[in-house]
Design a protein around this ligand. Sequence first.
Ligand code: PLP
Length: 370
Amino acid sequence: MNQSIEFIDLKAQYADLKKSIDARIQCVLDHGQYIMGPEVRELEERLEAYTAAKHCITVASGTEALLIALMAIGVKAGDEIITTPFTFVATAEVIALLGAVPVFVDVQSDTCNIDPALIDAAITPKTRAIIPVSLYGQVADMDEINAIAARHGNIPVIEDAAQSFGADYKGRKTCNLSTIGCTSFFPSKPLGCYGDGGAVFTNNDALANAVREIRVHGQERRYFHTRIGVGGRMDTLQCAVVLAKLERFDWEVSERILAGERYLGLLKRVPTVQPLAVRADRTCVWGQFTVRVDNREAVLEKLKTAGIPTAVHYPVPLHRQPAYQALCRISGSLRQSEAVAARVMSLPMHPYIDLDTQKAVVDAVAMAVG
Ligand SMILES: Cc1ncc(COP(=O)(O)O)c(C=O)c1O
């Protein structure tokens, strides 16, 4: 059975939703408005209702969402943006693209999210924003981070919620927890399209307006450019796919949470494998089901032989990446980021995974860690 284990099963999801996805795509093919067609606003309205955020603006990708968010708050060369080095590169990439400086703060070893206790020490007069990342599908400590930002003159807080769409935090939704929330609809994300896509969320009218203009080359109206922008729209077909997937999203989120709980239960008998800690006041949608192990490379090799697909999110923290070493600033020690980067590995996770498959995965993991 191991041969058929999928890391993420997009085929099972398509089989389940085929009728509505096909119908939604056909509708776009029929009306032919491939850019800014009616599905774009329809999706934005649905996502505003889902998150209770006043504004949702769809954009070309999660990376573009972060870039446009930083542009909307007016980040310029030399500004400092506080974030974590233990994230997908896009979080820091957009900072560097604007000539700003990523300032890396360490993570908590048990959640792998930024440690709010270390943020104060990283703030300087140049700090222009804080980007907590809700890694692996669990929201970062947003209330603590917002409070720090407020104490320092209302520094904008941009949640990188690329991996956490659907997650709850103290009864509120990810993406609507700070100045701006950004998410990704990359196919493997909790809410994925069939290409690239993303969205920006805010309750601030002026920021929403800036994001809308920046998304389309900084134009206030057609061919009148009041600011520097990008070609950052999400296309109508991708919006149509997400609209179809939204029909089953609540079910998928609860299946993800259940699958996560099943893994946590099964892994109790393998004490050398440390899963992520999930805080009591939030849900984790398990964008990845990531655990920490010793001798990771040997364990990965054994799992490969056993037919269990795995991935490493992420093997090298960003302050160790050649492209970022020279341009970042390190605040304090990044010991936890380095330690988790050396030990993390992700196991198969998707809403369609069943108990038998998870048992087979955990059996193989138990054998591999020996
Ligand atoms: C934490 C994080 N931020 C940003 C992104 C970028 O999203 P996208 O791939 O849609 O550009 C990703 C995607 O993997 C991510 O995991």
